[in-house]
Design a protein around this ligand. Sequence first.
Ligand code: ADP
Length: 264
Amino acid sequence: RGGTAEREVPFAQPGSLTRVYAVASGKGGVGKSSVTVNLAAAMAADGLKVGVVDADIYGHSVPRMLGAYGKPTQVENMIMPPSANGVKVISIGMFTPGNAPVVWRGPMLHRALQQFLADVYWGDLDVLLLDLPPGTGDIAISVAQLVPNAEILVVTTPQQAAAEVAERAGSIAVQTHQKIVGVVENMSGLPCPHCDEMVDVFGTGGGERVAEGLTKTTGTQVPVLGAIPIDVRLREGGDEGKPVVLTDPDSPAGSAIRTIAGKL
Ligand code: ADP
């Protein structure tokens, strides 16, 4: 919008009733986007008005996982986000041709996020989820500037190494004075399809370690909100754009995520 002043971010205004959660992880591939999408779908199924900003600029995958294949449209000077499964969603992938990679640098990312938050017509949302890129990059700082009241949700696997980087990513909240709402442990074991045993593919204890570490660094109690097992149905649901919390809400992953959604 050349020439005009930047719009204010409605979610950052005093009196905003929208709860904003920024979903963060230390590294990629731990299931941050899968968790974001399923939490959003579970909350929408519970009757909440939910939006998701896919701020994982370099690894945008939220629209596909959510089954949101529509394109944003423009009405007057606002962007209307497509929605799927009751969730409004906007992603950088909707504005890049084909599968072109995004090669933007910090200032452009900040600008994109500003537009996603202020120029998209979200309506009255109960909850807005931001799927952050992995790590402690520019976007995390931008989120803190644009929506200081956003609470951080940290996703990790049970693995020691993953937990360490997740804790580092979470501790950025200390610098930005943001609240950490809790830790989600994903890929917490694989229930054996042949017996009752749990196979701890990625070890154990990562969620607890991150929560304890963040409790120490922040000086406030950071809880583990839940543990999501490895579940083929979750992966399939992501590939097909049909979140497992909707297609199979009582599956191990589906019920774990619905429980976590109920705590947010
Ligand atoms: P991130 O956003 O952290 O990079 P994704 O959500 O893209 O991670 O997940 C990485 C891959 O792992 C995806 O193929 C996803 O379907 C799969 N996945 C994530 N969590 C689980 C789980 N609990 N069970 C099975 N597959 C999972």
